[in-house]
Design a protein around this ligand. Structure first.
Ligand SMILES: Nc1ncnc2c1ncn2[C@@H]1O[C@H](COP(=O)(O)OP(=O)(O)OP(=O)(O)O)[C@@H](O)[C@H]1O
Length: 238
């Protein structure tokens, strides 16, 4: 049975005369991995940012089906969207966006500290995630002392540490070779859909999309194709 975690309806967004989204409707299911693909400029990042409450659409609605009731993401003021992102979402970007002056464990602990968790507990939980992602022993390294794949796994750990309902990833493997890319994508899938969470991943990489349940293709700000990816729910849902 398909249970939606996120519902977007008729999203539009323009920047001056550029139409980034021309009316996109999309549902993301609980424990579903959805790849968003399309040519450069087709609106992928704009869609991800609308779903994630980073920006608001000009028109249309985004509803997060949170345990405490539906949240109208598009109507929230900036501070409400910031809270929603902190409480319900995780993020992984192409370059990881780790803070260079913090160690791996401090980077991963950061979302918990911002949410009010005490430092010792936050760092213990962060270390647990690093261990889970095969990074035991790297806790005290700074991002500059990690390989690209290791840094991305730290970013995956940071996205998961608060137990978000949905993880958004924008080209999470874009800077990696294909073998490392496959490992990072597997880590993302294991820690999201493998734990009952949802994943929305913007990618140009067909291999990454093949690991998802569903692939949505955009052109000129519209969904022009939607088809199953390579993953079957029964294989990845714990
Ligand atoms: N902040 C902005 N200001 C002006 N135009 C923007 C802005 N953000 C996006 N755009 C424009 O909106 C359109 C869609 O951009 P978007 O980044 O969503 O595309 P994309 O599919 O993610 O592209 P890419 O694959 O190159 O990252 C593009 O024409 C882009 O130039």
């Amino acid at each position: 049975m398909f249970t939606p975690v996120l519902t977007a309806q008729s999203l539009t967004k323009t920047y001056g005369s550029t139409v980034a989204l021309a009316g996109v409707s999309l549902q993301i299911g609980v424990a579903e991995a959805v790849a968003v693909m399309g040519a450069s400029g087709s609106g992928k990042t704009t869609l991800l940012h609308c779903l994630a409450g980073i920006i608001t659409p000009d028109n249309g609605t985004v509803t997060l089906h949170a345990p405490q009731g539906p949240q109208q993401v598009h109507q929230l003021p900036p501070e409400g969207r910031a809270r929603l992102r902190r409480d319900h979402y995780g993020f992984v970007f192409q370059q990881g966006l780790l803070l260079p002056e913090l160690t791996a464990v401090e980077n991963v602990a950061l979302p918990l500290l911002l949410g009010g968790t005490e430092r010792r507990a936050a760092e213990a939980e962060a270390a647990r995630w690093l261990h889970h992602l095969g990074l035991a022993g790297m806790e005290d390294r700074r991002p500059g002392q990690l390989s690209g794949g290791q840094a991305q796994r730290v970013a995956v750990a940071r996205a998961q540490v608060t137990g978000p309902a949905v993880v958004f990833a924008d080209e999470p493997t874009g800077a990696l070779d294909s073998r490392t890319s496959a490992q990072v994508m597997q880590a993302l899938l294991d820690t999201t859909v493998g734990a009952g969470r949802s994943l929305v991943v913007v990618t140009h990489d067909e291999q990454v999309a093949a690991g998802c349940h569903r692939v949505v293709r955009l052109r000129d700000g519209l969904v022009v194709q939607e088809h199953a990816g390579g993953a079957r729910p029964a294989e990845v849902v714990a």
